[in-house]
Design a protein around this ligand. Structure first.
Ligand SMILES: *Cc1c(COP(=O)(O)O)cnc(C)c1O
Length: 493
């Protein structure tokens, strides 16, 4: 299977292997790589993988997309990535939380957010891609993070051969738990550095390094090249398709649905990556009904689904679900490409870059609305959902999952659609203990990590995950804070 750019309008588009697509991340025309066709998944295929453990299901699904990878190698990588050590108790367990809503808990990995599902396997895929493409240079991964991606990338890339990683985070822009997680990071090939300013300053600094020809040349002389780890890379998207297939199998296995029955999916969204993976699973043939796209107060996607106008020229809100505080949902470009082709996609993206908005064709929106429904939750609604979920469903959820649950409940009420809903639960509540405690009616007046975890443990009647508890006793390794202008120097240290 080959991969082409979402913006390539030429008669015979540049087509690369999946290893090449994963190594490059972004296409040369700044479009995103997409497979030239979507592989099919029949009911027979589902029956064949139903009784397999997660790692084998993953190898099967990934193998349909990454056709140039050796099958045995892929299976070996999946078995290490989704091992009992990394995901104690299983990689993506599903929990019934009442009223036929099923929480797909994607946060049982080493950093307690769903990004582990992709970032535990992607470094292995990149490492093999380097060998497969004859690459002799070292890959230096640069990440600017608002919290979850940075830690998940550090855990995923630590001690991976042929790769180094540097993560930049805004000095006052991440939660106490997130900062603790990153500054205590273990591994010989990792570096973490705080940046004065906000997330945008760190992000702009990283983008400037990527765009600087002189720095690329200097890297070349030092035997490495820069690469990124964010969700525009197909190597991060493909592993996310797996857990929707896996969740469907589990619902059949536990008797919730019969093979072939439809389930709906609800995903709390920022960059449109996680929900786009569900769309691909549906396109493959997984029996899914509606895909409910859940946003927080930064509801640019809800508005787009309802009006057909994508408009990022609006106020930016800092919410209690910070990983969804995004106004440019990069992966939406992939959906536009599938529904409307490269030429239309390139036009829309050019308009977005120039004016901050674009309007999608009406017929495209009709087709899009047959699959997607858009809902959002305000801050008050999100807090209320955390409270009611705990009181009525006996389910403790984090701030992002709560946005999803609130959207799922609104969708049910609006439409009366009673099909089961698989809710993507994207983080452990213990990653956002202050806001979750607050929503449960307990104010915590400190930002000491240990007190925060202890307070939520009492208020929520649950045990904090081991990886978070462990960070409390690890030594802090990284204390450096720099100005954005000094970021390049850090990279070359
Ligand atoms: C990254 C993240 C999201 C948003 O995922 P997208 O792929 O950007 O839609 C939601 N919840 C949590 C906890 C996250 O870390």
């Amino acid at each position: 299977m080959k991969y082409i750019s979402t913006r390539d309008t030429s008669k015979s588009p540049l087509a690369v292997s999946s290893a090449e697509a994963i190594k490059r991340g972004l296409a040369p025309d700044k479009g995103l790589f997409m497979p030239t066709e979507i592989p099919t998944l029949t009911v027979e295929d589902l029956k064949a993988i139903m009784d397999m453990p997660y790692a084998q299901r993953a190898a099967d699904i990934l193998g349909r997309f990454l056709t140039d990878y050796d099958r045995d190698a892929l299976l070996a990588d999946c078995e290490t990535a989704y091992s009992e050590t990394s995901f104690p108790g299983g990689a993506a367990p599903i929990v019934h939380i009442g009223e036929n809503i099923h929480s797909l808990e994607l946060w049982h990995g080493p950093t307690c957010a769903f990004k582990d599902m992709a970032l535990q396997i992607m470094p292995r895929l990149l490492s093999r891609a380097l060998t497969m493409t004859g690459e002799t240079r070292l890959a230096h991964i640069l990440v600017a993070t608002s919290g979850d991606t940075g830690k998940a990338a550090l855990e995923g890339y630590r001690d991976v051969p042929g790769v180094k990683i540097t993560v930049f985070y805004p000095v006052d822009g991440v939660s106490t738990m997130q900062k603790r997680q990153m500054t205590t990071q273990e591994g010989a090939n990792v570096n973490v550095c705080a940046v004065y300013g906000n997330f945008d300053d760190a992000q702009s600094g990283v983008k400037a390094i990527f765009a600087d020809a002189a720095l690329a040349e200097k890297a070349e002389q030092n035997g490495f090249f820069f690469s990124s780890a964010n969700s525009i890379n197909w190597g991060r998207l493909a592993p996310q398709i797996v857990y929707y297939v896996s969740a469907y199998c589990d619902l059949v296995k536990n008797g919730t649905i019969k093979m072939g029955d439809e389930a709906n999916i609800c995903v709390p969204t920022g960059n449109f990556g996680n929900i786009f993976a569900a769309y691909i699973a549906r396109e493959m043939g997984l029996p899914l009904g509606k895909l409910i796209c859940a946003s927080n107060a930064n509801c640019v996607l809800t508005d787009f689904i309802r009006t057909g106008v994508y408009d990022r020229t609006r106020p930016f809100y800092k919410t209690m679900s910070p990983s969804m505080d995004i106004l440019i949902s990069s992966n939406l470009e992939r959906l536009l490409f599938l529904l409307g082709g490269a030429s239309m996609t390139a036009d829309c993206m050019a308009q977005l870059a120039e004016t901050g908005k674009y309007t999608a064709p009406a017929d495209l929106m009709d087709r899009l609305r047959k699959v997607f429904a858009g809902y959002y939750c305000t801050e008050e609604e999100t807090a209320a959902v955390i409270g009611s979920s705990f009181a009525e469903r006996k389910y403790l959820c984090d701030t992002h999952t709560a946005v999803g649950l609130g959207a799922a409940e609104k969708y049910r009420k609006d439409t009366g659609d009673s099909r089961p809903i698989i809710l993507a639960s994207t983080a452990s509540p213990f990653k956002f203990p202050a806001d979750v405690c607050e929503a449960l009616g307990t104010t915590v007046a400190t930002d000491d990590p240990e007190t925060l975890l202890g307070t939520l443990k009492k208020a929520g009647g649950a045990e904090p995950p081991m990886p978070l508890v462990r960070t409390l006793s690890l030594p802090v390794r990284f204390t450096k804070v720099v100005n954005p202008a000094e970021m390049a120097t850090v990279v070359f240290e």
